[in-house]
Design a protein around this ligand. Sequence first.
Ligand code: AMP
Ligand code: MG
Length: 328
Amino acid sequence: MDMGQNSPEVVTAIQAAIKASALCRRIRMDLVGGESILKSDRSPVSIADYGSQAIICKLIRERFPNDAIVAEEDSKELRRPDHSKILEQVTTYVNAFIPTSSSKEVCSWIDFSSDAITDRFWALDPIDGTKGFLRGDQYAIALALIENGVVTLGILACPNLYVDIDHPFGEKGCLFVALKGKGSIQMDSHGGSQRAISVSKVKNPSEATITESVEADHADHLTHRRLAERLNISRPSVRMDSQAKYGILARGEVTLYLRVPSPAEPGYKENIWDHAAGSIIAEEAGGKVTDVLGRPLDFSSGIKMIKNDGILVSNGILHDMVLKALEM
Ligand code: AMP
Ligand code: MG
């Protein structure tokens, strides 16, 4: 399949995501083990966040020195003397993937990130779904290239996502890649076993499945349930952290991804790095992505998507029907 996979952007982004994803998996195994540590020490997620961002920023900047990178972290906290142990750990993990890197270099790579929304820039969430990471559930490394306000390339690494819904306890680790106009593919966590993916063909909403956040603060579960009742959707919704939700919709496992703003934080505006990669993966697989009022997602106004409220992703076929039901 010719997907433009040999373009330097695709090759570099995939390599970076594979390394970052391996780093996150290793940190999760070493520092958290099998348990969930939600209430205690958040340092494993900080170490993974910083390490993932350092690796990806370094590899992108090295190959594309003129591109801006807009990512979630900076190294200010990490440089504090009382955080020296964390910095040491981040550096040790990064070294496993980029040998002989020093703490100083690691900080400087993290700080390649800026808030410059330029004509061509990369948006990065080094770990999306931190609560899922800590709980031992889903999380993602999300990287997207945005050119003139349009997402042209999206990579989503989901280290803990089952490869095949028919074997939920089988192989884990998926890499989703989409290139504008070229479709979406899924690979394993090493970049092998590529296959084209597409959204479900469900026409009747009663056969649809919804995916939504695990965290009630991130989306309005009650409104989602009412919408499901209105549309005769009886299947239980799939609650999942991170942009892995876009991945399972893109491969046809669920039909709708609802993200009605939570009453816990009225007026919340989404971050570009939380949706850029996922949205192109869903669209290129045949899906449709808008906000909950049917407006296209805007990636050109800043880090916050100030022109949008919530998110609605569908297989395309059901989109207008859901938008109408949301108006009621
Ligand atoms: P999810 O795993 O889909 O629940 O989304 C995780 C993302 O939700 C994080 O990366 C945060 O940036 C984002 N987030 C934080 N607070 C809110 C909120 N009040 N509403 C929607 N998203 C939020
Ligand atoms: Mg995020």
